[in-house]
Design a protein around this ligand. Structure first.
Ligand SMILES: *[C@@H]1O[C@H](CO)[C@@H](O)[C@H](O)[C@H]1NC(C)=O
Length: 332
């Protein structure tokens, strides 16, 4: 009886002791886990990021398609005029595409530094942002390595809807969604260009892999081009046509098109020899294409033959025009 009581007390003491020990163990391991992995998102696996960017570009494109079916595209606004006097439009499709890209990426990679043509608070975003998982099947048969880099060394440039003006005119073939990653030095290393209306997708991770539709694009350094085809902007074609003829001679054919993403892809697909532009252009219009052109060893530069730098703190405007070619023998 007495003995039983003593055992009872001891049992209680043991339980309390074990509880205290467990608590100390918990506190210790919790803080030591914190010490070992201080900030979970300080590093990014670039293979996973490529997968994320492809899925984000598609989710942005899905928003663009959805709004293309709404009357007046959910309301067309102008952000003013460009220096060349062309209206700078924004629609609900630009906004919703940005939302979908930015917030779906931040869900998985919360510390990514994003620079986008649009800047939208979450409360102004639609409710139907896609929360995707990183499904590697979007890479097709392309194998990519697992490489981890510091998140803070990356800057993403996003154009949630390139060719907004043409979108409002239902010239949907020119519309693309572009996402790009630049490294610490400002070099574009990953680019994704997605055409939501034709569902064509192009991507490249410089030095590691390109989408299957780009595998056969080769920079031809041997042969000159007999009949060059230049692709230029539709919106201010006059001056650029003169420039093209002065650079490539009278025999040059000229195609007019919209969307820098579209024009870059026309050069990559061999439908144009060179893309020339002579007015200001924003870096989110160029970064993804630049990563892809570099990956297939083509050339993308200003008309002064200077590389474009995509650092986080840079000026986001390229003032000196643009030249894109795969065959570097078209001009010097
Ligand atoms: C390139 O031109 C061909 C022939 O006109 C066309 O079928 C193809 O769709 C074009 N490529 C792209 C990317 O528009």
């Amino acid at each position: 009886m007495n003995l039983g009581g003593a055992i009872k007390i001891n049992k209680c003491a043991v339980i309390v002791l074990v509880a205290i020990l467990l608590f100390i163990f918990y506190v210790f391991t919790a803080t030591s886990i914190d010490r070992t992995y201080p900030k979970k998102h300080d590093k990014v696996n670039l293979r996973k990021l490529v997968i994320g960017l492809i899925l984000a570009a598609k989710s942005g494109g899905n928003q663009v398609i959805k709004i293309s079916n709404e009357p007046d595209f959910g309301g067309i606004k102008t952000k003013g005029k460009t220096l060349e006097g062309v209206n700078d439009y924004v629609t609900k499709a630009d906004v919703n595409s940005h939302c979908s890209i930015a917030y779906s990426l931040w869900r998985i990679f919360p510390k990514l530094n994003l620079i986008s043509e649009e800047d939208v608070q979450k409360k102004n975003c639609p409710d139907d942002i896609e929360n995707f998982d990183l499904d590697p099947s979007v890479l097709g048969n392309v194998e990519l390595p697992d490489i981890n880099v510091k998140t803070e060394d990356l800057t993403l440039f996003i154009d949630p809807l390139d060719a907004t003006k043409e979108f409002t005119e239902k010239l949907f073939q020119y519309v693309s969604v572009m996402i790009c990653v630049a490294d610490k030095k400002g070099e574009p290393i990953i680019g994704v260009i997605y055409f939501p209306f034709s569902k064509r997708l192009y991507w490249a991770w410089k030095g590691h892999g390109v989408s299957e539709n780009l595998i056969n694009v080769k920079a031809d350094l041997e042969d000159g081009v007999q009949n060059p085809i230049a692709i230029v902007s539709m919106s201010h074609a006059g001056a650029v046509k003169d420039l093209v003829r002065s650079m490539l001679g009278e025999k040059v054919s000229i195609i007019q098109a919209a969307g820098s993403g579209y024009k870059i892809i026309q050069v990559l697909e061999g439908n144009a020899t060179i893309y020339l532009h002579n007015t200001r252009i924003k870096k989110w219009d160029l970064c993804a294409g630049n990563a892809i052109v570099d990956s297939v060893k083509g050339r993308m530069a200003t008309l002064k033959r200077e590389k474009i730098s995509y650092t986080a703190n840079s000026n986001y405007v390229v003032e000196d025009g643009l030249l894109v070619e795969i065959n570097k023998n078209v001009m010097n």
